[in-house]
Ligand binder design. Sequence first.
Ligand SMILES: Cc1ncc(COP(=O)(O)O)c(C=O)c1O
Length: 382
Amino acid sequence: MTLPWSLECSACGRIRGAEGLPGVCDCGQPLLVRYPSAPPPGAQAHLRERPWTMWRYREWLPLADGESPVTLGEGGTPLLAVERVAARHGFGDLWVKDESGNPTGSFKARGLAAAVTRAVQAGVRRLVVPTAGNAGVALAAYATRAGVAARVYAPASTPPTILTQIRSFGAELVLVEGHIGDCGKAARAYAADTGALDVSTLREPYRIEGKKSLGLELAEQFGWTLPDVIVYPTGGGTGLIGMWKAFGELAAAGWVRGPLPRMYSVQSAGCAPVVQAFRAGAAACTPWPEPRTIAAGLQVPSPLGDRLMLAALRQSGGDAVTVTDAQLVAAAQQLQTLEGIDASPEGGATLAGALELKARGVVTAEQRIVLFNTGAGWLYRG
Ligand SMILES: Cc1ncc(COP(=O)(O)O)c(C=O)c1O
């Protein structure tokens, strides 16, 4: 079947059709989906009849007419005003987009729902992913939902509850003594040997499309307006890149007006290649030698999406900051004890990052600021 969208290389600009099993461009850089047209603002009326899952935005997502997604009801997560935390730290308009209630407990559900949907439409029966943890749980569940096989490569240091979840959703789990980059090499070798589809971050174009729904949903929840500031815990970059793509597409289609949000990336001091490259004015990251943080999702020493992330931060007028593990743990505890939000360490990093940005005068109390609790804290306990 001819698909209505095309794929554009994010680096060399080459455009190709979406048929088959697209990976990366021949130049090695990620492909991005380009749609022939955007839904007109009048199409907002259709949304009233649709359930609150990410597929309510199906015209913005890689789904052809008549196709059904592989879904567990992902998306439609709450956008919470956090007034107690705001009052404690002198913020005026602070929000948390709480992704912990997604199927499989993290925002990774959005990207993997989209990637697995396209893979099974293309006839794939076996998938593989390297993971810092949560993407492995999501792939395990969505592959099972689609009735196909999944293999997951995860660092042996991944929190035990996450590893249990990967196994219990039925995936084949392989533990690697090393970091996600080492898992990526093993996953590519497995894909080459078996013909499995590698759904690593940005090694196929559809996880980003699923992550775009974070930005679409945020815009709708704020009545088709966008916040001033987004603070995002950055590992491989799918959320940051996906949201920035969503905002660009919404603005081009006339669904939102005015300036786009400033995007701020938070990383752990133990693994901060994006912050380092941003500060150095570099276009790409230098691999981080010994990545170490308890925020497993932030332990990505050499992200393939580095150029796209750095471009999004710069185009938006944002910045990148590090926080220590002690800061991010303390901030996650505050979200839990003051607001009842089950924050993951990565979610805590966004509050810690916002405090850092405010202390430096980069963000101000008057701005509308959205933090992302990208996953559930319980997955890191036990
Ligand atoms: C809970 C959590 N937050 C944030 C991230 C970073 O993800 P990305 O930068 O790819 O959006 C991850 C990745 O594993 C994660 O599991």
